[in-house]
Design a protein around this ligand. Structure first.
Ligand SMILES: [Zn+2]
Ligand SMILES: [Zn+2]
Length: 369
């Protein structure tokens, strides 16, 4: 038994209740959650913007301590600290062998199916009904069972509360700049959207040595937030077309790299126009399942822009979570400053889906993280 926040139906509050957690399989790990961030895509599922089996335990950004390991687990031992990855790798497919395990042919297409790697969930209601797992994880729960491939060991001297944010917003945003955006020293980078992923894209761009980091957001209160993370310029969506504003700031040329962290179809179209000729556009924001982006077809060939998606920031979690820890511990990446409201699981509905100027609201499970 454990206590979890369960989504029973779309648009309803989460219900914090006792649930049954079965035993880990041979290559599975039982983890006591220390902390979990609340991500935009959790809220999208709860609001019906992303199809998902129900009931489900959401949460896909967490850290914790290993409580129990299956008989064949080699990656972690009981007592290890882990950050959880929603992109487990099979290790044998074309993508895993190409260093792109975030695109794993075996598992990436099944991330929203509601089970672990074999397709089944380890959670049941006390009445015996299956409760789905989210993104191979489920972190709005005191304990979870995940695949060994979702566990990334982190050093014991890394505080677990900030470590909880690595597994989605931080890796996705930082990776969008470093890996997908390939930001170079001196580049001008425009980031559309100053939420959890956008702020971390700003940090990633700053770490890569960007000369100028322009953030576009609808909320004027974000100006101060993003400048603390390395933004040099701030533009308000309400002041006019974002692309036109970025062009004006860059002497009509456009940004070298544009990162869309909104997932909004209009912003995604603007991102294309905000990039200079030959520049790079990174789509990292999660859009509703039925959204379509209109691009100016006649300009595509002659402008030679490079458009790329970015899934988990193009990162290899097992390789790159430790990189994020190193950047944090050496003072070059801010994690504590991302944290807004911190609440116990029992109060998750106070913050779930509520607007906040901070990048993240966090559930603290009281392990002393
Ligand atoms: Zn997320
Ligand atoms: Zn694979």
């Amino acid at each position: 038994m454990t206590t979890a926040a369960v989504l029973h139906e779309v648009d309803a509050d989460l219900v914090v209740e006792t649930v049954v957690l079965t035993s880990p399989g041979p290559r599975e790990v039982r983890v006591a959650l220390a902390a979990s961030g609340i991500c935009h895509s959790d809220v999208m599922v709860a609001r019906g913007g992303m199809a998902s089996p129900l009931p489900i335990i959401l949460g896909h950004e967490g850290s914790g301590v290993v409580l129990e390991v299956g008989s064949d687990v080699t990656r972690v031992r009981v007592g290890d600290h882990v950050a959880l990855s929603w992109a487990p790798e099979c290790g044998q497919c074309f993508y895993c062998l190409s260093g792109r395990s975030n695109l794993c042919a075996e598992y990436a297409p099944r991330v929203l199916d509601g089970g672990l790697l074999d397709g089944t969930s380890r959670f049941r209601s006390t009445g015996g009904d299956t409760i789905a797992q989210y993104s191979f994880l489920s972190t709005f729960t005191e304990e979870t069972i995940v695949a060994e491939q979702s566990c990334v060991p982190i050093s014991a001297d890394m505080p677990l509360l900030p470590a909880s944010l690595i597994g989605c917003a931080v890796m996705t945003g930082v990776g969008a700049a470093l890996f997908s955006g390939n930001v170079r020293a001196g580049d001008t980078v425009a980031v559309l959207g100053g939420g959890g992923v956008g702020i971390n894209a700003v940090q990633g761009a700053a770490i890569a040595g960007a000369g100028r980091v322009i953030v576009v957001d609808a909320n004027p209160a974000k100006r101060e937030t993003v400048s603390a993370f390395g933004a040099t310029d701030f533009l308000l969506t309400g002041d006019g077309d974002p692309a036109a504003q970025v062009l004006e700031l860059t002497h009509g040329r456009g940004a070298d790299v544009v990162i869309d962290a909104t997932g909004d179809a209009a912003a995604m179209a603007a991102a294309y126009s905000a990039a200079r000729r030959g520049g790079r556009i990174v789509y990292v924001g999660v859009a509703p399942s039925d959204a379509v982006v209109a691009l100016p077809a006649a300009r595509l060939p002659r402008e030679e822009k490079v458009i790329t998606g970015s899934f988990y920031g193009g990162a290899v979690p097992l390789r790159d979570f430790p990189l994020v820890v190193d950047l944090y511990q050496s003072g070059r990446l801010k994690l504590d400053e991302l944290v807004g409201a911190v609440v116990p699981l029992a109060r998750i509905n106070d913050v779930f889906g509520k607007p906040s100027n901070a990048a993240r609201s966090v559930i603290d499970f009281g392990l002393g993280a």
